[in-house]
Write a new protein. Structure first.
Length: 333
């Protein structure tokens, strides 16, 4: 009994470590990247989705390295289902309305759906996610990243043109001397390393405690990954999405979820597959992955009607997740 309590404590503490470490790591990498002259556009389009997905990514990698592939697959697929049906559903219920731009929805929604179908294809026809799948995943994600950067550049250029039109030719433009260039300090490097080490250690503890608890309770590792770890590692997405929706930052709210789902599959499963082939459980491609595709299509259709998610839509998504959880845990096992 004491060992079970200790494992639960390790699970909770490791979740806190992973989330905080991911936050520190991303903040410092963005800061260092900006000083080194790495495009702010590149840093901007990746920070939110990738930053909030680091816990899932780290857990999947550690699960693969320590021979618990079912746990890794479960974390990725479970997180994607929870992100859409759970997080967007809850956010829409409390925010009342979450709006979306047609361009962002088409671009991010299409890639989220495409990556889900690519994953299902490998799962169904090969029964494994191997290095060949990994190569395709990374290529597809690189294309998605390139499109994001291209679109961001166009938007930035349009904003500059609008500002130039606003400024009258006769207006005096005050001169501001260039600011002294900021240097990379020891503290930045140290904190980024602290974040990275915290992420590695936290994810290792997370996978270890999750695996041990699943064994003791006779719960399949897939179930542990699909629900306990998936929901736990998705706390960053929940916080960002909920706060964005509450503050009216609707594109950030929906974009974070769709971007995270694309990253989870293409990188969260793609990178672990480099180290070892990840075998796929039968129910993963006959039930879990199809449900992931279903909720993705569902949310895109709900938004498409009026380019927004309403409170009613939120209840539909939340009910869908509850139905999935009940069927998966109590009926299919």
């Amino acid at each position: 009994m004491l060992w079970i309590i200790a494992l639960v404590a390790i699970l909770i503490v490791s979740l806190i470590i992973v989330i905080k470490a991911a936050d520190i790591f991303v903040d410092k990498i963005v800061e260092i990247g900006g000083i080194m002259g790495i495009s702010e556009i590149i840093l901007g389009v990746t920070a939110s989705a990738i930053g909030t997905s680091l816990p899932e990514f780290g857990s999947a990698v550690m699960a693969a390295l320590f021979n618990s592939p079912d746990l890794g697959v479960g974390v990725v697929i479970g997180s994607n289902i929870w992100n859409i049906a759970g997080i967007l559903g809850i956010s829409a219920i409390f925010a009342g309305t979450i709006r979306s731009s047609p361009k962002g929805l088409t671009r991010d929604g299409a890639f989220t759906l495409l990556t889900a179908f690519i994953l299902l294809g490998f799962m169904y026809f090969l029964g494994v996610v191997d290095i060949y799948a990994s190569i395709i995943f990374v290529i597809v994600y690189s294309i998605y990243l390139w499109i994001l950067i291209r679109d961001q550049k166009k938007e930035a250029e349009n904003d500059v043109k609008k500002e130039e039109i606003k400024v009258k030719p006769t207006e005096q433009i005050s001169y501001h001397p260039p600011e002294e260039k900021k240097k990379i300090g020891f503290g930045m490097i140290a904190w980024s390393l602290v974040g990275l080490v915290g992420l590695i250690v936290g994810c290792r503890l997370l996978v270890y405690s999750g695996t041990e608890l699943a064994t003791i309770a006779n719960i399949p590792q897939m179930i542990m990954g699909l629900f306990t770890l998936a929901i736990g590692t998705s706390i960053p997405e929940l916080v960002v999405t909920f706060n964005s929706a509450r503050k009216g930052l609707h594109d950030l709210s929906i974009g974070t979820v769709l971007g995270s789902n694309t990253f989870n599959i293409m990188i969260g499963l793609g990178i672990p597959a480099i180290f070892m082939s990840v075998p796929i459980e039968h129910l993963s491609y006959t039930f879990d992955a199809p449900v992931m595709i279903f909720v993705t299509v569902l949310v895109l259709l709900l938004i498409k009607r009026g380019m927004k998610l309403t409170r009613v839509d939120g209840f539909i998504l939340a009910l869908t997740y509850i139905t999935y959880a009940v069927l998966r845990i109590y009926v299919l096992g």
